[in-house]
Design a protein around this ligand. Sequence first.
Ligand SMILES: [Zn+2]
Length: 100
Amino acid sequence: MRYIQGSIVSNFRVILTARRSFLDSFSAMMAVANPNGPKIIAPLLNMSKPQIAATAKGLGIGEHDTWSCYRPITDNGSVSPCNQCDACRLHDHAWRAIEA
Ligand SMILES: [Zn+2]
């Protein structure tokens, strides 16, 4: 079993648990406690949002197939991005950057 951690390169400045040193230490602790337990992988850790958008585009994933939002809007069981928070703005910026 693998646990996929979704931190990206810009997260480590504000989210201490998004740092490689934290993930490596936490993984080592988990391996001692449960050698056959889940493994943490963080494939986006060294990538910027535009790099992630470019990778997604290369895989045939479009801008509107993904979103990232700190304040998602729920309405009758559906969830959508607010299009106003920092995460929404960074998502939009990433896709604009790879179009340039
Ligand atoms: Zn948002």
